[in-house]
Design a protein around this ligand. Structure first.
Ligand code: SF4
Ligand code: FES
Length: 361
């Protein structure tokens, strides 16, 4: 074990890829885990024990839709009994007063609710389902239960109306609103041309977010995640590879970032065949881009390398076919032209390709 590697702080537990929604911006992989290949309850309980054992303090129960797992209450109990802060990342569909009361009794501490648009017409079109009313009802239940609520919106060309989204989140009683411009991973990459916001939309959004964040200070925190293609420097993705968080996919694959299965060259370990501790500290996948040793120029000698860690490995692989390259979003990257070309000619695509259902096998 490398003594310089810190323990993980958080674990994203993707309990299932099954989901009642069909969002075109879905960042889950193109090939979803079939229901029959999901970890069993016993295996997930072992994962939670092992995660706490290596230091995990925050457990994000996610998917897909985690409410699709009948054993969710049992998993919440175990995570909470282990002393973890338990967050449910949900579409809200399937959340009833009884289920929420039960989960809260068992130790659920926080709910993160996705919203697809500022009104039912737009939101339901993007979700590919009549979901919006359920989300408003789910938010009311969370507030009645006295739990903190984060509303999460993935922004793109068809919903880039931040003023209306902020007003909606306020009406929902959100304590925190995340407005995150789409990252083009997994299924979202198929829809990039239809999703990419226009420069005018982005320019209009920034002052609105700034003014509203000021107005709502102390009431509702607003987190705005910029559209990185338009930026000069890349995002500090995952705050560094293998630095703070690990993801366990529905089939037990352990990933240094939720999108890392897109890196075809990355060997992936599974909780069924290797202890989580070994994977975190000693696996090829978690050590591949940890720290700075793997960096090449221009990152290797760059004054920003401890600020952004060379950007995003998944993006470097998806755009350049080389996960060890400097994120091409970076203006210092010799490949920045790839991103500039995409901005100039995003391609012709009006209609979304909607996310399909998970296969039984
Ligand atoms: Fe970040 Fe590398 Fe660009 Fe420097 S060259 S700003 S470290 S991505
Ligand atoms: Fe995987 Fe950035 S999304 S490293």
């Amino acid at each position: 074990m490398d003594v310089t590697v810190a323990p993980p702080l958080g674990m994203l537990a993707e309990l299932t890829h099954r989901c009642p929604l069909h969002c075109p911006y879905c960042s889950n992989p193109v090939e979803l885990t079939a229901r029959a290949d999901e970890l069993t309850t016993g295996q997930w309980l072992d994962v939670l024990d092992a995660a706490r054992d290596i230091g995990v303090l925050q457990v994000h129960l996610s998917g897909g839709e985690p409410l699709a797992r009948p054993d969710l209450p049992e998993l919440v109990t175990r995570a909470a009994d282990l002393g973890c802060y338990v967050n449910l990342v949900t579409s809200g569909l399937g959340l009833t007063e009884e289920r929420l009361a039960d989960l809260t009794d068992r130790g659920l501490a926080h709910v993160q609710l996705s919203v697809q648009g500022p009104d039912a017409e737009r939101a339901n079109r993007i979700a590919g389902a009549r979901a919006h009313e359920h989300k408003l009802a789910a938010a009311a239940l969370v507030k009645e239960a006295g739990l903190p609520l984060t509303v999460n919106v993935v922004l793109h060309k068809a919903n880039h109306d931040v003023g209306a989204l902020i007003a909606l989140a306020e009406r929902m009683g959100a304590d925190r609103l995340e407005l995150a411009n789409t990252q083009y991973y997994g299924w979202a990459l198929r829809n990039r041309a239809a999703l990419m916001p226009t420069p005018e939309q982005l320019a209009a959004a920034e002052p609105v977010v700034r003014a509203q964040a000021r107005r709502l200070r102390g009431t509702m925190e607003i987190v705005y995640v910029v559209a990185d293609y338009y930026e000069k420097y890349p995002k500090p993705c995952m705050y560094g590879w293998g630095a703070r968080q690990l993801t366990v996919a529905p089939n037990g694959d352990v990933l240094p970032c939720p999108a890392a299965s897109a890196i075809a060259t990355l060997p992936v370990d599974n909780v069924k065949t290797r202890p989580l501790r070994d994977i975190w500290y000693d696996s090829e996948s978690f050590n591949a881009y940890r720290g700075e040793e793997w960096m090449r120029e221009p990152c290797r000698t760059c004054d920003r390398r401890s600020v952004d860690f060379g950007g995003c490995r998944c993006q470097a692989f998806q755009l350049l076919g080389d996960a060890a390259a400097t994120d091409p979003v970076c203006s210092r990257s010799p490949d920045r032209g790839v991103v500039d070309l995409l901005l100039r000619s995003p391609g012709e695509q009006e209609e979304f390709v909607m996310r399909g259902p998970v296969a039984a096998r």
